[in-house]
Design a protein around this ligand. Structure first.
Ligand code: NAD
Ligand code: IPM
Ligand code: MN
Length: 351
C-alpha cells in the first residue's frame, strides 16, 4: 500500500492542539480510501525546544525534513518564551526559504451555516496567491546607530524571477477557475517596487490572452474584500500584501481559525509545507476550544498536493456538513470544543 511520509511539526500554542486533530482526520480518510496510509513523524521543534536547546531546530533539521513527502505544521511563535523574530526566522521562515516554498496559496470561501460578519454576505470563493520568498520579507536590512539617531531599514526585494513565478502560478490557477486575475499593487504611491510589479504583471498577462485581468491598489482592494469579495477569483499579491489580505479573507470567512494555506515548492526539488493562516493563538492555549477547521482544511490541501484529490474533496465536504449543522467552536459563535468538532468531522467521513 502507498505510504505518505509526513513530517509533523505541531510547533507552539494551539498548533499542539489542532495538528493531532487534523492527523486523526487524515488517518480516517486514508482508512476509508483503503489505498494509501499516512505515517507521521513528529518533531518537537518549538519555542519550548528553543529554551532547552538554544535553537528552534537542530542543525541538520532541514536535511532531516528533506526526505519527507510533505511537512505538516501547526504554528510557530510564543512571545512569552522567545521573541518572534528569533522563533520565526529559526523555524517557519527558515523552512519556507530553504525549501524554496515560493508560493503561499490561500483560498477563502464561505462555509455553509457560518454567519459572515459582512453586512451583505454574498457567496465568495477566491484564492490568494501570495509570493512567499522575497518582497517586503527580504533579509536585507538592519539597524544602524542608536538613541535618537537610530534607524531601522527594511529593503523590499522584488526579483523579476520571483515576481514572474508568482504571477504565472496565479494565471495557471485562474485557468482552473473562472479565469480572472487581480493584481494587488500600490503603484500610485512612491514605492519603487510596485511599478515594476505592474510591468511584470502586464508582461505575464500577454501569455494568457484568454484570462481577464485587473489591477487594484492594495488599500482599495482591502476594502473590496469586504464590500464585494464575490468579484474576486485569483488574487496575486506580494509577501506582505498577501499576508494582510489573507487575514481579511479569513475574517470574512467568519474566523481566522478556519483559513487554510499551502506553502508550495514549485520546482519539485523539496517538500512543500502545509500550515493554516492562523498563529499559535496565545490567548486560548490549553482551553480545548481552538478551531481545528483551519488545520483540517489545510490537511485537505495537502491531500490535493499528494494527488489524493478524491479524499481531499471528501474532507472538505465533511467540514461543510459539520458547519452546516453549526457544530462550531466559540470563535464562530458556537460552544463546541476542538475535540467535538474533530469527532463530528470524522463521523461525517465515516457515514
Ligand atoms: P493568531 O492567529 O495566533 O491569533 C489571532 C486571534 O485569532 C487570537 O484571538 C486567537 O485566539 C484567534 N485564533 C487564531 N487561531 C484560532 C483558532 N484556530 N481557533 C480559534 N481562535 C483562533 O495571531 P497573533 O495573535 O497575531 O499571533 C500569535 C503568535 O503566532 C505570534 O507569535 C505570531 O508571530 C505567531 N503566528 C504564527 C503563524 C504561523 O506559524 N504560521 C501565523 C500567524 C501568527
Ligand atoms: C503567516 C504569518 C507569518 C507571515 C509570520 C508569523 C511570519 O503571519 O503565515 O501568515 O507573515 O508569513
Ligand atoms: Mn499572517
Amino acid at each position: 500500500m502507498k505510504k505518505w511520509n509526513i513530517a509533523s511539526i505541531p510547533g507552539d500554542g494551539i498548533g499542539k492542539e489542532v495538528v493531532p486533530a487534523a492527523e486523526q482526520v487524515l488517518h480516517t480518510i486514508a482508512d476509508i480510501h483503503g489505498g494509501f496510509q499516512f505515517e507521521f513523524t513528529s518533531f518537537p521543534w518549538s519555542s519550548e525546544y528553543y529554551l532547552e536547546h538554544g535553537v528552534m531546530m537542530p542543525e541538520d533539521g532541514i536535511q532531516t525534513l528533506a526526505s519527507f513527502d510533505s511537512i505538516f505544521l501547526g504554528a510557530v511563535g510564543n512571545e512569552q518564551l522567545v521573541p518572534d523574530h528569533v522563533s520565526l526566522w529559526g523555524l517557519l521562515i527558515k523552512i519556507r526559504r530553504e525549501f524554496e516554498q515560493v508560493i503561499n496559496m490561500r483560498p477563502a470561501k464561505v462555509l455553509p451555516g457560518i454567519a459572515s460578519p459582512l453586512a451583505n454576505p454574498n457567496q465568495f470563493d477566491f484564492v490568494v496567491v501570495r509570493e512567499n520568498s522575497e518582497g517586503e520579507y527580504s533579509s536585507s536590512g538592519g539597524r544602524i546607530g542608536n538613541g535618537e539617531e537610530e534607524i531601522a531599514i527594511q529593503n523590499a526585494v522584488f526579483t523579476r524571477k520571483g515576481t514572474e513565478r508568482a504571477m504565472r502560478f496565479a494565471f495557471e490557477q485562474a485557468k482552473k477557475r473562472s479565469g480572472h486575475v487581480t493584481s494587488a499593487t500600490k503603484s500610485n504611491g512612491i514605492i519603487h517596487s510596485m511599478p515594476f510589479w505592474d510591468e511584470v504583471f502586464n508582461d505575464v498577462s500577454q501569455d494568457y490572452p484568454e484570462m481577464t485581468t485587473e489591477s487594484q491598489h492594495i488599500d482599495a482592494l482591502a476594502a473590496f474584500l469586504v464590500t464585494k469579495p464575490e468579484t474576486l477569483d485569483v488574487v496575486v499579491a506580494s509577501n506582505l500584501f498577501g499576508d494582510i489580505l489573507t487575514d481579511i479573507g479569513a475574517g470574512i470567512m467568519g474566523s481566522i481559525g478556519v483559513a487554510p494555506a499551502a506553502n508550495l515548492n514549485v520546482n519539485g526539488k523539496y517538500p512543500s509545507m502545509f500550515e493554516p493562516v492562523h498563529g499559535s493563538a496565545p490567548d486560548i492555549i490549553g482551553k480545548g476550544i481552538a478551531n481545528p477547521i483551519g488545520q483540517i482544511w489545510t490537511a485537505k490541501m495537502m491531500l490535493d498536493h499528494l494527488g489524493e484529490e478524491e479524499s481531499a474533496t471528501k474532507v472538505l465536504e465533511a467540514i461543510e456538513q459539520v458547519t452546516r449543522q453549526q457544530m462550531v467552536t466559540p470563535d464562530l459563535g458556537g460552544n463546541c470544543t476542538t475535540e467535538e468538532v474533530t469527532n463530528a468531522i470524522i463521523q461525517e467521513l465515516k457515514r
